[in-house]
Design a protein. Structure first.
Length: 367
């Protein structure tokens, strides 16, 4: 049986089969949502035959090309139905079940941004007993999802509720504007930039999309240069030299006005601040989980599951907490022969669809 999982986001389409083949397609849906049809057709690269089941989750309904989330949900569901007209299409909801397309369109509040719930429901299999946190760091957002005995026990279900409870943060390794991480930075004098910041001036950052987290992590050596990647703040390549200039623009300068060592100092400061953001959320949700579980988790030990293209940033945030009660990390990239971590929600809905169909022995018509 051919099962395809889809996670349609605002900047990327992530697809995976239940067997673990996966692909991430950059696609800024807000620029031209009508191109979604053609993008989806290219997924024949990973599943050449008609899939029997298409399991769908999404976050793209929040894109500003849609007047409302409900309109976005309906557009995405209908487009997937059209492209996969001969397949059974089912959509994951935060109620923990799949919906038929008509029901999904009628219940947009349960369908909108449900990919985190699909991922947590599937990943919970790895931690069937006790307390755990699933930390998923992607290009745009970070999820910190509490699990108890393998079941998501999030305080919120909508994006608004999850933002309020630190279970969702709009911070990631590529697309986050730097002014959303810090408001100002210490800028050492050129002569002191290698010797500390005793003579640093505190400079407010421009409230503008001049540079993103991608530039900081490029300059710190955590992401590799890619001259073919122009999905950057200024449309120029994802290279160190271009990143230096983009970062300088955040200080209303260009790279000729500041030394490389000054800009690297700024990059380190911003990266540390982003780590601290994520660490604060981890500490917050760990405290919530310990309070929820009470004596059931004894000494307060919490297992950690990591996922996403920025799992390495989550590892740093865990270290930043200094919490000795965190148990050894399980990285989802090590659980499978293929690396599905960057497309984990798509793989999750594919696996959940396989379980619901095969375990319950349901005919496709009633799945």
């Amino acid at each position: 049986m051919q099962i395809l999982g889809l996670d349609i986001g605002g900047a990327n389409i992530k697809a995976a089969t239940a067997d673990g083949d996966s692909k991430c397609l950059p696609f800024a849906i807000w620029r031209d949502p009508t191109q979604l049809t053609e993008k989806l057709k290219t997924l024949s690269l990973i599943i050449p035959d008609r899939p029997d089941i298409v399991a769908l989750t999404m976050t793209a309904e929040l894109a500003d090309c849609f007047a409302t989330k409900a309109a976005g949900v309906e557009f995405i569901v209908r487009t997937v139905q059209q492209v996969f007209a001969s397949s059974v299409v089912r959509i994951w909801m935060t109620s923990g079940e799949f919906a038929e397309p008509e029901d999904a369109v009628a219940l947009p509040q349960l369908v909108a941004a449900a990919n985190w719930h699909a991922l947590a429901t599937w990943a919970g299999r790895a931690v069937p007993h006790g307390a755990a946190l699933l930390i998923d760091v992607g290009s745009t957002t970070t999820d910190v999802i509490p699990l108890l005995d393998g079941i998501p026990v999030s305080e919120g279900t909508t994006d608004l509720q999850r933002l309020a409870s630190s279970e969702l943060m709009y911070t990631g390794i590529r697309r986050t504007p730097l002014c959303a991480v810090v408001r100002s930075v210490p800028l050492p004098s050129d002569s002191d930039s290698d010797a500390g910041d005793d003579t640093s001036a505190i400079i407010p950052l421009a409230g503008e999309l001049f540079a993103t987290a991608l530039d900081v992590h490029l300059l710190n050596g955590d992401l590799a240069e890619n001259a073919d990647d122009c999905d950057t703040a200024d449309g120029r390549p994802a290279t160190r030299s271009a990143a230096l200039n983009r970062l300088a623009h955040m200080l209303c300068c260009d790279a000729t006005e500041l030394s490389e060592s000054q800009l690297l100092s700024v990059a380190h400061f911003i990266a540390d601040a982003q780590v601290r953001q994520i660490a604060d959320a981890i500490e917050n949700r760990a405290a919530f989980l310990r309070g929820l579980a009470g004596p059931a988790i004894g000494t307060g030990q919490v297992r950690l599951l990591l996922s996403g293209s920025g799992a390495w940033l989550a590892e740093r945030a865990i270290q930043e907490t200094g919490d000795s009660r965190f148990m050894p990390v399980i990285n989802l990239t090590t659980m499978f022969v293929r690396n599905v971590s960057t497309c984990a929600p798509a793989f999750a809905v594919a696996r959940l669809a396989a379980e619901r169909c095969l375990d319950d022995l349901l005919p496709l018509s009633s799945f």
